[in-house]
Design a protein around this ligand. Structure first.
Ligand SMILES: Cc1cc2nc3c(=O)[nH]c(=O)nc-3n(C[C@H](O)[C@H](O)[C@H](O)COP(=O)(O)OP(=O)(O)OC[C@H]3O[C@@H](n4cnc5c(N)ncnc54)[C@H](O)[C@@H]3O)c2cc1C
Length: 555
């Protein structure tokens, strides 16, 4: 029923992928010295979450839900409930390791089709039970926290059973998926038709099509294939007011695009049951290549030039020198030492690694596009590292979450956050976030490592993705990151500098709002914008059962 994913073991990324958990001892030693950690390697008082409180699902509701789903597809088993208690943010993982209070759903519903989803919602309206739509559970912003919103009980509505490819229309290049389909499963199904979606976030092993649509996700190849919302041609939702279908043509002037209301609605307006996606022919040739540019400013200028010349590779990813140096250090060995020497000899003082990955329909197309890209890059004097560096990145692209588990085991606070801004303000945004994080996390012998990369570029601006590593503050594990994240969010929202007065960037480029970013939404969309969302929610979900506390903090 769970497609090989053991939902009882949420504290770790993929129990069956344990062999990829490698982070050599010498790398850990290097890291601990770098971040000032006598504490690293001592995880402190870590444990397991306690047994959850007994379910408060009313007996009458349980009987009605069982009638809809059958005994097999409704469970109040404590392990299954713990398995859907939150997502995969650093704070979620700390909760799973026994720090602080863990909000646990009272029951799990596992519907097998859209009709069952609709009936479950109507039943929850009748019994006034909160519902948390649950895709892959990879939210890193509190999107699947089991909050009750004042209701007597909360149900996690796991969509894993809606995992089918319903139809493929190769003529129109469309495919219709059940919302619970996992990304890699969707790719496998499309491959059989010679097609691809091209949406590959780092969470692809677990995350679902419905989750991507509900959060407006962006994958690692978004510079070529687009953001997930660009891929959505149509949607079906179950709502407390009844089913809703959106999207009947490739383009339309029939009033505002209501699909955009469902995209990014984070389970607060309805439950996505089916998603119609624009698909592309499978590329026949791919090439990943690494380049080094000297300094962040030059690297950023190069990516802007590529974006504005309309010649971004599908994967375009620029790491700052902190991230580049860490990736060199973790690799270690003679080759890396030789590479450092070579870069110094070429006059590179601050290596910023640029990875470009092209997906093309033919060798000729690849050669043509690559030549244009290299032509644009030339004036930024890149040092070419060839395909070995590009392939090294590609091989390691899914390793992050596994290495995070290893670092957590070693007592490191490791978390990411992201934003986006226009090119002209990107330096200011990056500086503000880095300063906020550094100020909050430095002290007591700790020297946080704050790395940044651009992995989604547009004509007008780019995303900034920060990865933070710092020794965990024993006794203040949750507070340490909560304060740092709040400071970074305040900087993005433009609150930390009285001269700014408006947001420096968006509070989230692709992780969504969830609970964590909800306090900052108004700074971005205004009080009127929040009111529009509130009214919309009231129309679709009048009794407020859907995903309480997400997107709108008070809904
Ligand atoms: C290690 C790691 C790497 C990540 N990398 C990326 C990345 O590269 N790019 C990126 O965009 N994100 C990334 N994320 C974040 C996360 O994977 C995305 O937000 C993803 O879109 C969530 O999909 P999911 O199926 O896991 O949704 P969930 O976590 O289950 O849910 C996310 C939100 O959507 C709602 N929801 C889920 N399914 C439905 C549905 N069918 N109908 C209505 N609402 C629904 C939930 O209620 C919740 O509010 C990463 C997360 C982790 C842990």
């Amino acid at each position: 029923m769970t497609e090989g994913i053991d939902h009882r073991l949420r504290g770790r990324w993929a129990p069956h992928g344990a062999h990829q958990d490698k982070l050599p001892a010498r790398s850990l030693r290097w890291l601990s010295t770098r971040i000032g950690a006598s504490e690293v390697a001592s995880p402190g008082t870590e444990g397991e979450p306690g047994e959850p409180s007994p379910t408060t699902l009313p007996t009458a509701a349980q009987a009605d839900l069982t009638e809809i789903l059958g005994h097999e597809r409704l469970t109040t088993d404590p392990a299954a409930r713990l398995g859907r208690a939150g997502g995969l943010s650093y704070l979620d993982l700390l909760h799973q390791r026994g720090f602080g209070e863990l909000a646990v759903p009272d029951a799990i519903a596992l519907p097998s089709d859209a009709e069952q989803v609709q009936r479950v919602l109507e039943c929850c309206v009748r019994h006034d039970i909160a519902v948390v739509p649950f895709g892959g559970g990879t939210s890193v912003v509190g999107g699947v926290s089991a909050l009750r919103g004042g209701k007597a009980a909360v149900l996690a509505l796991d969509l894993v059973g809606l995992d089918q490819l319903h139809s493929v229309d190769p003529v129109s290049r469309l495919a219709v998926f059940g919302a619970g389909t996992r990304a890699l499963a969707a790719e496998r199904m499309l491959r059989a038709h010679g097609l691809t979606l091209g949406h590959v976030p780092q969470s692809a092993e677990r995350a679902s099509i419905g989750g991507f649509a509900a959060t407006r996700s962006a994958g690692q190849a978004s510079s070529g294939y687009g953001r997930f919302e660009d891929m959505v041609a149509g949607l079906r939702l179950a709502t407390p007011r009844g089913p809703w279908r959106l999207g009947v043509a490739p383009a339309s002037a029939a009033g505002p695009d209501l699909r955009a209301l469902a995209l990014g609605s984070e389970g607060t307006l309805g439950v996505l049951t089916e998603v119609t996606l624009r698909v592309r022919p499978l590329p026949t040739v791919e090439r990943y290549e690494g380049f080094v540019l000297d300094g962040w400013t030059r690297g950023q200028e190069a990516v802007r030039a590529l974006a504005q010349a309309g010649c971004l590779a599908e994967v375009t990813r620029l790491s700052d020198s902190d991230e580049t140096n860490v990736s060199f250090a973790l690799r270690g060995g003679m080759r890396t030492a030789a590479l450092r020497g070579y870069l110094r000899a070429r006059g590179v003082r601050e290596p910023n690694l640029l990875v470009l990955g092209w997906h093309a329909g033919s060798r000729a197309e690849l050669a043509r596009r690559r030549a244009v890209t290299l032509g644009v890059l030339r004036r930024f004097r890149p040092v070419r590292l060839g395909t070995a560096a590009g392939e090294a990145w590609r091989r390691g692209r899914f390793g992050g979450p596994r290495q995070r588990d290893v670092l957590l085991d070693a007592g490191v606070c490791v978390e990411t956050l992201e934003t986006a801004g226009f090119w002209s303000g990107l330096d200011r945004l990056r500086d503000a976030v880095r300063t906020a994080l550094r100020t909050e996390l430095t002290g007591h012998g700790r020297a946080p490592l704050i790395m940044c990369h651009i992995s989604h570029a547009y004509e007008t601006g780019a995303s900034l993705y920060f990865t933070v590593l710092v020794p965990r503050a024993h006794g203040d594990e949750l507070g340490q990151w909560q304060r740092a994240k709040a400071a970074a969010c305040a900087a993005i929202a433009g609150w930390s500098d009285p001269d700014v007065g408006e947001p420096l960037g968006t509070i989230t480029h692709h992780h969504a709002v969830g609970t964590d970013h909800a306090p900052y939404l108004e700074a971005e969309i205004g009080a009127l914008g929040v009111d529009v969302l509130r009214q919309l929610k009231h129309t679709l979900d009048p009794t407020g059962i859907l995903n309480p506390g997400k997107l709108l903090p008070d809904a």
